[in-house]
Design a binder for this molecule. Structure first.
Ligand code: HEC
Length: 290
């Protein structure tokens, strides 16, 4: 028994290690676009429930991430409403839904599917779980729902299949557009550099390494202005690798020049891993880092 547990753990370790290797290889390829986990991914599998079950047995679901179906009972505020089982009559067993990102009101009496964590309503607990959210329920409703089940919703899907709690994707800022202009030059320059090195062409190698060096210098300036030391350093590292290509090619040492290609690409992956965020539409933004 003990033995099989151990070998399972080892196997899982091997699987994880090979996943990490292929993941790293993928992200190291310049623009590396490995899909990141979706935002708001629940830490546990979602439990499908009906609003009536939650209302009847709240203790069973406390802390769980659920997909709860039900009918909208009362539209309470801009970011909250309650859900009941039956759309034709009030059962008095409604479940509160707090949806901080709600974009529009739910349809009165319409069926909805809500995704979120279930807890028992307590203002202090809600404040710790939903950072930056201000409860907008009336004092009366807060008292009414105190200790009753509430879903902290990340998605509210209506009968048209539309998630009305989905935040629109923000437009790229001026900073992001400026950085994007630099970034888009990098993958083709990396590919052309590899080709130039393989063909031992000094002129083409110099040309591409110079494009990379210039771009890294601009990235360095960009992040320096943002007082982001770590990103500034990665950009400086990239610049240094481009410089060593130039230096080695000036000495006609293509083999030495080639050794800079992989570490140069690694600087892209390092920075993207921490400071680049992929939106659902496939576009990128600057991430604040952590
Ligand atoms: C110091 C940080 C940093 C380094 C180094 C870096 N990037 Fe980026 N890159 C970003 C950020 C942040 C974004 C997303 C924001 C943006 O595009 O404005 C980005 C976006 C991109 C994009 C997407 C552009 C688009 O919108 O289509 C590509 C492609 C890209 N980088 C390629 C590279 C390559 C290739 C390298 C290395 C040769 C590299 N980057 C090095 C930070 C970096």
């Amino acid at each position: 028994m003990k033995r099989s547990t151990k070998s399972t753990v080892t196997l899982a370790g091997i699987a994880l290690a090979s996943f990490l290797v292929s993941y790293t290889a993928l992200t190291a390829q310049g623009g590396g676009q490995a899909p990141p986990p979706a935002a708001n991914t629940p830490p546990k599998p979602l439990v499908p429930v009906a609003a009536s079950s939650v209302a009847a047995n709240p203790d069973q679901y406390v802390g769980e991430f659920v997909t709860m179906t039900g009918a909208v009972e009362a539209l309470l505020t801009k970011t909250s409403f309650s859900v009941d089982q039956d759309k034709t009559k009030s059962t008095g067993k409604d479940v509160l839904v707090l949806a901080p990102t709600l974009q529009k009101q739910a349809d009165a009496n319409g069926y909805v599917t809500i995704i979120g964590q279930m807890i028992k309503f307590d203002a202090a607990d809600v404040a710790t779980k939903l950072k930056g959210y201000t409860i907008d329920l009336s004092a009366e409703d807060q008292a009414k729902f105190k200790g009753k089940p509430v879903i902290l919703a990340t998605a509210v899907i209506n009968t048209a299949g539309v998630d009305i709690a989905k935040k629109p994707i923000p437009a790229m800022s001026a900073d992001e557009l400026a950085l994007q202009k630099i970034m888009t030059k990098l993958p083709p320059a990396q590919a052309a550099l590899r080709k130039a090195l393989d063909g031992s062409s000094a002129d083409l190698t110099k040309e591409q390494a110079t494009i990379l060096k210039t771009a890294f210098t601009e990235i360095e300036t960009f992040f320096k202005a943002k007082a982001n030391e770590e990103a500034t350093k990665w950009a400086a590292d990239g610049k240094r690798h481009a410089d060593s290509v130039l230096m080695n090619v000036a000495n006609a040492n293509f083999d030495a020049a080639k050794t800079s290609v992989t570490p140069l690409g690694a600087t892209c992956a390092s920075c993207h891993g921490k400071y680049r965020e992929r939106m659902e539409d496939g576009t990128f933004r600057i991430k604040a880092g952590s």
